[in-house]
Design a protein around this ligand. Structure first.
Ligand code: SF4
Ligand code: SF4
Length: 267
């Protein structure tokens, strides 16, 4: 994809392996608040700015919405609606460092080497998805925006100013565990064994301190703490992974029910 300089580009892209954060704060001021930090590339299929605007939902309401919109597509639609309602004037992606793996707490930093800015969060998400080599459709809110005719979904049609994206492109981003496992299954196997092979949260009694934070935030009311350890009611859990993301003690493992059963047998 060639860089297309023009007067009002959709996205301004800058190759950037390092920067002076203090200077950016001084020059950009409040807009800096909109920067996506290293956690910008994580989550179970929601990357960067459309999802970032979900931060406009106040406090615990974020978790309550998870419980009201349990279907993945419905939740993606909700995220798009929030992004549209929030109407930020400018989005700036801090892609100097990203995060891969199981974010937002337990992922791994990875240098990506760019900063991008634009007014349209869909264009930014689409560009970033392309730059870091994610398959189209990985970013569910972006896919929802395309389905709803809000965005064309083609990175080749994004008008760029600045550096050549080919000088920034990266590959081999490690996906969140759940996402990686499900993606490896062909459709027919997914139908037959999907429930056994899809990753789910399992508290680890060795690391869980029984603090109860996950029980407080679980949008489905699926967590209770008994005998000093979190327990998850599988019939209630909606696999949002909020508990795993928010646990400060890495007390929640993500694994397939099959792996969990094998582990129990091997004890
Ligand atoms: S899993 Fe984490 S957040 Fe939940 S009770 Fe255990 S230590 Fe606390
Ligand atoms: S137990 Fe964890 S993954 Fe399941 S619904 Fe509650 S917060 Fe989400």
């Amino acid at each position: 994809m060639a860089s297309v300089p023009r007067e009002t580009p959709d996205v301004a892209l800058l190759a950037c392996s390092d920067y002076d954060r203090g200077l950016v704060e001084e020059k950009v001021g409040r807009a800096f608040e909109l920067l996506g930090g290293p956690g910008a590339f994580v989550g179970a299929g929601e990357t960067v700015f459309v999802k970032n605007m979900y931060g406009a939902v106040p406090g615990m309401e974020k978790f309550a919405y998870h419980s009201r919109f349990r279907d993945e597509r419905d939740f993606a639609d909700l995220i798009v609606d929030v992004a549209l309602a929030a109407k930020a004037d400018l989005h700036v992606v801090d892609g100097v460092w990203g995060m891969e793996g199981n974010g937002s707490v337990w992922g791994t930093s990875r240098k990506l080497g760019f900063v991008a800015a634009g007014r349209d969060p869909f264009a930014l998400d689409c560009l970033v998805e392309d730059l870091v080599g994610l398959e189209r459709g990985f970013n569910r809110p972006l896919a929802a925006a395309v389905r709803r005719g809000l965005f064309h979904g083609d990175p080749g049609r994004i008008a760029l100013a600045g550096d050549d994206p080919d000088s920034i492109r990266t590959a081999g981003l490690v996906l969140p565990r759940g996402k990686a496992t499900v993606k490896r299954l062909p459709g027919i196997l997914m139908k037959a064994y999907g429930s056994l092979m899809s990753v789910r949260p399992y508290p680890d009694p060795a690391r869980c301190t029984g603090c109860g934070k996950c029980a407080l935030i679980c949008p489905a009311g699926a967590v209770t703490v008994r005998d000093g350890t979190a327990r998850i009611d599988r019939s209630l859990c909606i696999d949002c992974f909020c508990c795993q993301e928010l646990c400060e003690y890495d007390g929640i493992d993500l694994k397939t029910p099959l792996a969990a059963r094998l582990r129990r047998f091997s004890r």
